[in-house]
Design a protein around this ligand. Structure first.
Ligand code: 1PR
Length: 522
């Protein structure tokens, strides 16, 4: 029996699913007694150091946890579960950690996108049975803005490079903790979890030693999901956002099965977009929650879900906050949520009033679940102008002239799946959302969607250079070369495609093979 400490933030379902996939039973801590009697404790954490410690204190778990650690019973901390072991964190300077490991937690101070999101390697510093069966050059999934700095290097199990070399794993006796998420790290992560869960195997030195680890570019598979006219939930795909063909919603497959296929083919991340979420309230859309629950049972890479995340009043007058909607998505297995229409309306309000209210969906959700859990999905459309002075928007000079030979354009934000254009440009939207606490941008392009003609490099560069958070380029991929093009010509961290994967024109494994010697990939 594995005991799991859930203090209520983020996606513990995926940790439970990963452990259960290894045939083990999980008991979730519901009181101090569970901690005192635990034989093997897993402590996953996402979110904020301050709120984690506050909840642990409120529940009176702190002393029991310290006793557990001092007794040297097997412990696996994940992400914030690693940070908790330290004395303090820059994330909440007035809050004390468990202090089991002397040292502190520090914010990345580097010239790279923060959060550090994605697949990176580990340099193994000492033998540990946790790495049995692994080669040592595998990549694991990271998502964090802070990293630990132990006073004593002898506890460092692994280091990882991202602007700096930081401790990405620690081990002291039977206490192990990783900055990366084994439960989201595909087969390598599951192997590592298995090593923790199964007793007996001896420590084994790793033969493969890296000198500097590198963050991979991520390949994301996107599934646009909606009910078709018969009421079945299907993966569909638009041409410039029009998902109907001869009047009927295109049906390209079943969401759970396709997600599993893409995982097996090597997708680094899966995104579900509930594309009618703007009109159908997600909490009444049980099948969509079910899709997430089913998928997270056997897909061990990060799952993002978008569609309908906003404040909402149902037909009985019951009010729901965007945070409640997001919470339900997280509970169903999502690691990140993506906000489309509501982000545009929030940015417009901010630009109108200049006020940061703390009440927007972006702010509420990033406050509780962390910036890394909040993705902004932008649905822009190109608008040509004769001169940069024609509009008060972020205008770019384009190599693709407009219908009347125009050499300038801006990218107009839309809401409701492209149905309504707004007086706001994509660059400004990205900047405002970063300021409000978003952790990543999913940059679609209506003109390119479904065209197989390649990503809109000009749009991607314009947005990428305006923000410091990671950007996912989306829309237009037609072949493996297009992925190389977007990685070579822009600084985006990931590229997303839908149509070519659904139509089986180019499997994800082929994209990866093509990229293998050209860019860093998993
Ligand atoms: O506005 O918060 O409710 O979120 C709705 C979400 O649904 C938004 O993220 C929006 O992008 C998405 N959405 C709404 N309508 C559509 C549609 O297609 N009619 N899909 C839609 C957007 C675009 C991409 C697509 C890429 C790659 N899909 O995600 O997967 O363009 O396609 P390709 O590789 O085939 O070119 P809210």
């Amino acid at each position: 029996m594995i005991t799991l400490l859930d203090y209520g933030a983020g996606n513990v379902r995926s940790v439970i699913n990963a452990i259960e996939s290894l045939g083990q039973k999980v008991k979730v801590v519901s009181g101090i007694d569970d901690l005192l009697s635990a034989e093997k404790l897993v402590f996953p954490g996402v979110g904020n150091f301050g709120s984690m410690m506050r909840i642990l204190n409120e529940k009176n778990y702190v002393d029991a946890l310290k006793d557990y650690l001092l007794s040297d019973r097997p412990f696996l901390g994940i992400c914030l579960g690693l940070h908790a072991l330290f004395e303090k964190s820059e994330e909440a300077p007035d809050t004390k950690g468990l202090g089991f490991i002397p040292g502190h937690v520090k914010k990345f101070d580097i010239n790279l996108s923060v959060p550090h999101i994605g697949w990176n390697g580990v340099n193994i510093k000492k033998p540990s049975r946790i790495f049995n069966g692994l080669r040592g050059d595998e990549k694991f999934y990271f998502v964090h803005s802070f990293h630990v700095v132990p006073d004593d290097d002898s506890v460092v199990l692994t280091t990882t490079n991202y602007g700096v070399e930081f401790a990405s794993g620690i081990q002291k006796g039977n206490i192990t903790a990783t900055q990366f998420h084994p439960e989201k790290s595909g087969a390598a992560g599951i192997n590592l979890l298995k090593n923790f869960l199964e007793p007996g195997s001896e420590k084994k030195a790793i033969t493969h030693v890296l000198t500097e680890t590198r963050l991979s570019k991520r390949i994301v598979a996107c599934l646009d999901v909606r009910s078709n006219d018969r009421g079945d939930l299907v993966v569909t795909k638009g041409d410039q956002y029009d998902v109907r063909e001869n009047g009927t919603v295109r049906n390209l497959g079943k969401p759970v099965e396709l997600a599993r296929t893409y995982y097996e083919q090597g997708a680094d991340e899966i995104t579900f977009l509930n594309i009618t979420g703007f009109r159908d309230f997600p909490l009444e859309d049980i099948p969509m929650m079910d899709v997430l629950k089913q998928t997270s049972k056997n897909v061990f890479v990060p799952l993002t879900i978008g569609g309908g995340i906003r404040d909402y009043t149902d037909k009985h007058g019951r009010k729901y906050t965007a945070l409640e909607v997001a919470t339900e998505y997280f509970r169903s297995g999502a690691d990140k949520i993506s906000i489309g229409s509501d982000a545009v309306l929030t940015a417009e309000a901010y630009l109108r009033t200049g006020k940061i209210t703390g009440k927007s969906s972006i702010e509420q959700i990033s406050m509780v679940y962390g910036a890394q859990a909040v993705v902004i999905s932008i649905d822009p459309r190109r608008v040509y102008v004769s001169s940069p002075d024609d509009v008060g928007h972020h205008v770019i000079e384009t190599k693709i002239a407009g219908p009347d030979g125009e050499r300038y354009c801006w990218y107009q934000c839309t809401i409701k799946g492209g149905r309504e254009g707004r007086d706001l440009d994509a660059v400004t939207l990205a900047e405002v959302c970063e300021k409000l606490g978003a952790g990543e941008i999913l940059l679609n392009c209506i003109d390119k969607d479904g065209t197989n003609s390649g990503f809109d490099i000009e749009l991607v560069n314009a947005v990428r250079s305006a923000v410091t958070i990671p950007v996912i380029a989306s829309s237009g991929a037609g072949c493996a070369e297009h992925f190389y093009e977007v990685f070579a010509e822009t600084d985006v961290e990931s590229a997303l495609a839908a149509g070519i994967f659904h139509r089986k024109e180019v499997p994800i494994s082929d994209v990866k093979s093509y990229l293998r010697d050209k860019v860093e990939i998993r």
